[in-house]
Write a protein that binds this ligand. Structure first.
Ligand SMILES: NC(=O)c1ccc[n+]([C@@H]2O[C@H](COP(=O)([O-])OP(=O)(O)OC[C@H]3O[C@@H](n4cnc5c(N)ncnc54)[C@H](O)[C@@H]3O)[C@@H](O)[C@H]2O)c1
Length: 258
């Protein structure tokens, strides 16, 4: 029996067209999962991303929605149910970062980070939890946090705050809904070689200098290592896990190196 075979599993991934998301989709599709990919991109922009991750086209479906808008989240799950019924795993993965020193951080920018990182995760988890409990169906929530959930990092305090909040949110869902057979866990990546961190690495020399010193393993995180953590958590290998953070960060959180 292959415990990593996900052929009976339907997975939803918010922010799934992003740099890490598309690698997760590819990995899960390669293990036979069906994945409903959510993002705010237009269908025409999402199509080549889904085709690259799932050339057969049989294992992916796109459901556009702003994950921080409860009405759109409801439409997102209607879209998923129309394709494959209620999902088994819902990954609250959409996120954003913006860097400014705390004294200059625009308050609107703070609100935007909290909206995309925290409110979207709460709204998504809330809507699917309602549907799972109404159907008496077991479910699994996976939240994408970050190693900075526990470690301050200059110029992204609203982001670190949101990820610390997301960790608390994950534990809250895990504790409150365990009796309904709903589990919740988090994946906490490190400094990944694509997406948010790579953009900062490429555009902000002071970030690059700090980040280079902050990874004990000595190199930026391959996105496939994040996808492997999702594969494990989506599989039956992780079925006794709830309320846990799977830290996959190359040792970044071991000690403050900057
Ligand atoms: N890149 C890293 O080093 C790193 C490290 C730790 C954690 N993370 C987390 O991983 C996740 C993905 O990051 P990434 O680096 O791939 O970023 P990314 O910018 O490449 O992808 C984010 C995706 O989320 C989508 N999105 C934004 N707002 C949305 C909304 N309201 N509703 C639905 N989708 C929305 C974007 O369109 C984009 O496709 C984020 O939660 C991020 O915080 C990233």
């Amino acid at each position: 029996m292959d415990l990593l075979d996900l052929k009976d599993r339907v997975v939803v991934l918010t922010g799934g067209c992003g740099a890490i998301g598309r690698i997760i989709v590819k990995e899960l599709a390669a293990h036979n999962a069906r994945i409903a990919v959510n993002d705010i991109l237009e269908e025409s922009d999402s199509a080549p991303i889904l085709t690259a991750a799932d050339p057969s086209g049989k294992r992916t479906a796109y459901c556009k929605a702003n994950a921080s808008d409860p009405d759109e989240v409801s439409a997102l799950f209607d879209c998923v149910e129309a394709h494959w019924g209620l999902p088994d795993v819902v990954c609250c993965h959409a996120g954003m970062v913006d860097a400014h020193p705390v004294e200059q951080y625009p308050i609107d920018g703070f609100d935007k980070i909290i909206d995309v990182n925290l409110r979207a995760a709460f709204a998504t988890a809330q809507e699917i939890s309602r549907r799972w409990t109404a159907a008496a169906k077991p479910g699994h929530l996976i939240f994408t946090t970050s190693w900075v959930q526990d470690v301050p990092w200059p110029e992204i305090t609203p982001y670190t705050t949101s990820k610390a909040g997301m960790k608390a949110m994950m534990r809250g869902y895990a504790r409150e809904l365990a009796a309904d057979n709903i589990r919740a866990n988090a994946v906490a990546p490190g400094i990944v070689a694509v997406g948010l961190a790579k953009r900062q690495w490429d555009t902000d020399p002071s970030y690059k200098a700090r980040a280079q010193k902050a990874i004990p393993l000595g190199f930026m995180q391959p996105p496939e290592t994040v996808a492997h953590a999702f594969l494990y958590l989506c599989s039956d290998m992780a079925k006794y896990m709830t309320g846990s953070v799977l830290l996959v960060d190359g040792g970044c959180s071991l000690y403050p190196m900057d």
